[in-house]
Design a protein around this ligand. Structure first.
Ligand code: PLP
Length: 468
């Protein structure tokens, strides 16, 4: 079969190359040993097309990335124009106009005095940068013991060894141990499992009390370690891994108080939640808090070119503003001119099409459409915010009993992901915590796409239940 869009290879050759030469990320290569690697060749709006021409609804925006949808010619043109003008220059002692313009634009968009932008090439590097900066900052300030970090159970913060230490998914870390020491874990805000997490009855029905309890666990961890040794707390506005845990009311306000009381930096890891995913430019706006550092990536360019950023408050930049102090850290491709130009054009689209207003207006419709699935026996919980939702699957709704390891393997890896894909919905069935199906469609989606998502999920989850 010949694919006219390919670079001269026929489809069979390219699929063989994917199986034999391409080492995919977080992928069991073996699952494709005797079959075909799913291969997406093209995108248009909210839809993607595989190498055979079959269409799928992109229910995950690629990987929480393609906010403005696929096939935007103006972003491709912004990239081409910049590559012609200045394809590459580093940010090592020199600047280039697009990085400066983007840094200024981000400073205008962030809350408070988060005005200083350190570019990376992705999210994990932004997290890594934030931990390193926190350590150096406290050394400069005469608190050299402040090096440890606190983060939450099951949270994912990236794969560099520091970011992986911050990550709270033991199964992703074990084979790479020993990692960077000094990363402490506290419970997350999964209110559906609040009774299990706290060991106390009633917390699942009292979000304020649970939020207070969960935030206070951070204070306890800081006390246990010794406040003089803790530099930062890393949290996502809505935690992705585990299946979209929004903060209970008051959680971030209490966390801010705790961080201030112990002189610990609050790092808001918004690699997923920034750039409209929750209907706001940054997550803090949605939940009314101002962090000391924002880490972001993904949606900044809608994926048309890679970039990430660590954005800090003036307090953290101050020791570096004058004198000889230097943050001895950087990446060759951090703040790449082409990516910076694309990010600016992407933010233009956000403004012109009022994507934040669109998500905010449609968020209740998305939620209500997904909540229809609660009539299925396998659907235990639907949770999230904006265009970012998780659907937790359970074996027994009345007791919230989850699936055991073998059932999870059979249900998620053996059936669900592939069945959803075959039915025309690209999304993610994940079991880094309890089994969940995750949805994060492009921000241009509306009720028509929500209905399509619901209908495919209904049919495939019904089949899954029959198999169980
Ligand atoms: N932090 C969070 C919250 C993420 O969700 C991710 C990736 O999904 C990362 C960090 C790592 O980003 P990257 O894959 O760009 O390194």
């Amino acid at each position: 079969m010949t694919n006219p869009d390919s670079i001269g290879y026929d489809t069979g050759t390219i699929l063989r190359a994917a199986r034999d030469n391409l080492w995919m990320h977080f992928t069991r290569q073996g699952s494709y040993a005797g079959g075909e690697v799913p291969m997406i060749a093209r995108g248009e709006g909210a839809y993607i097309y595989d190498v055979h021409g079959k269409r799928y609804l992109d229910g995950l925006s690629g990987l929480f990335v393609v906010q403005v949808g696929h096939g935007r010619t103006e972003l491709a043109e912004a990239a081409a124009k910049q590559a012609k003008e200045l394809a590459f220059f580093p940010l090592w002692s020199y600047a280039h106009p697009k990085a400066a313009e983007l840094a200024h634009r981000l400073a205008e968009l962030t809350p408070g005095d988060l005005d200083h932008v350190f570019f990376t090439t992705g999210g994990g590097e932004a997290v890594e940068s934030a931990w390193k900066l926190a350590k150096q900052y406290f050394k400069i300030k005469g608190k050299p013991l402040k090096t440890k970090v606190v983060s939450r159970s099951i949270a994912y913060h990236g794969t560099p060894q520091g970011a992986l230490s911050i990550t709270g998914v033991p199964a992703l870390k074990q084979v790479f141990e020993p990692l960077v020491p000094g990363a402490i874990k506290v419970p997350n805000t999964n209110i559906y499992r609040a009774e299990e997490i706290t060991g106390m009855a009633g917390f699942d029905k009292d979000p304020e009390a649970f939020g207070r309890w969960a935030a206070d666990q951070v204070a306890k961890a800081i006390e246990m370690e010794g406040p003089d040794t803790v530099a930062a707390v890393f949290v996502e506005p809505v935690q992705n891994a585990g299946g979209c845990f929004p903060p209970p009311p008051g959680y971030f306000q209490r966390l801010r108080e705790i961080c201030d009381a112990y002189d610990v930096l609050l790092v808001s890891d918004e690699v997923i939640c920034a750039f409209g995913r929750l209907g706001t430019m940054f997550g803090g706006e949605k939940f009314d808090y101002v962090p000391d550092i924002i880490t972001c990536a993904k949606g900044l360019t809608s994926g048309y070119s890679p970039i990430g950023a660590m954005i800090t408050s003036s307090r953290l930049f101050e020791p570096f503003r004058t004198g000889t102090e230097m943050f001895a850290h950087g990446y060759t491709f951090g703040g790449h001119p082409v990516s910076a130009a694309v990010a600016l054009a992407n933010l233009d689209i956000f403004e012109r099409e009022d994507l934040l207003g669109h998500v905010t207006a449609n968020e209740p419709v998305f939620r209500a459409t997904l909540e229809k699935l609660l009539d299925l026996p396998i659907v235990g919980d639907v949770r999230g915010a904006g265009y970012f939702y998780g659907i937790e699957l359970v074996k027994d709704k009345s007791t919230k009993q989850t699936f055991n390891e073998e059932e999870s393997e059979r249900l998620l890896r053996g059936f669900l992901s592939k069945a959803l894909y075959d039915a025309g919905l690209y999304c993610r069935a994940d079991d880094r915590g309890d089994p969940v199906v995750q949805l994060a469609p492009p921000l241009i989606c509306g009720p028509r796409e929500f209905d399509e998502i619901e209908s495919i999920l209904r049919s495939v989850l019904t089949q899954a239940w029959e198999r169980i």
